[in-house]
Design a binder for this molecule. Structure first.
Ligand code: 5GP
Length: 112
């Protein structure tokens, strides 16, 4: 089912886009949890990481390599956290899989 992220991909609603290529889009989170909080999403509408198949192997790697590029562009390549909430029980609210790239403040472990 299409989510608000599909509308952002299609430029039907605005977002502060920081990176885009053929396979993915990255934009600032509307409710940032750190000075840098960017969502990295595949253009392919995978609802949840669990839906990924072997054919998505390259896409998943692509998203992580995009994260490195974006972190570098944001000046936070030395310390960032990449988070993926897989399923409602893990905190996923938007069912279009995405990585959160968080940086710019200290992080504790384990995460809350
Ligand atoms: P989840 O909880 O699914 O892992 O993360 C969803 C994230 O999407 C949340 O951090 C939330 O703030 C962000 N978000 C929800 N709606 C919008 C929106 O319309 N625009 C942007 N830029 N971020 C959104």
């Amino acid at each position: 089912m299409a989510t608000i992220f599909t509308k952002i991909i299609n430029k039907e609603i605005p977002a502060d886009i920081v990176y885009e290529d053929d396979l993915c889009l990255a934009f600032r989170d509307i409710n940032p949890q750190a000075p840098v909080h960017i969502l990295i999403i595949p253009k392919k509408p995978l609802s949840i990481l669990n839906d990924a198949e072997i054919e998505d192997q390259q896409l998943l790697g692509h998203l992580m390599l995009a994260a490195i590029k974006i972190a570098d562009k944001e000046g936070v390549a030395d310390a960032f956290r990449l988070v993926l909430n897989n399923g409602a029980g893990a905190g996923q609210e938007i069912f279009h899989m995405h990585f959160h790239l968080l940086a710019g403040r200290p992080f504790s472990w384990p995460p809350g």
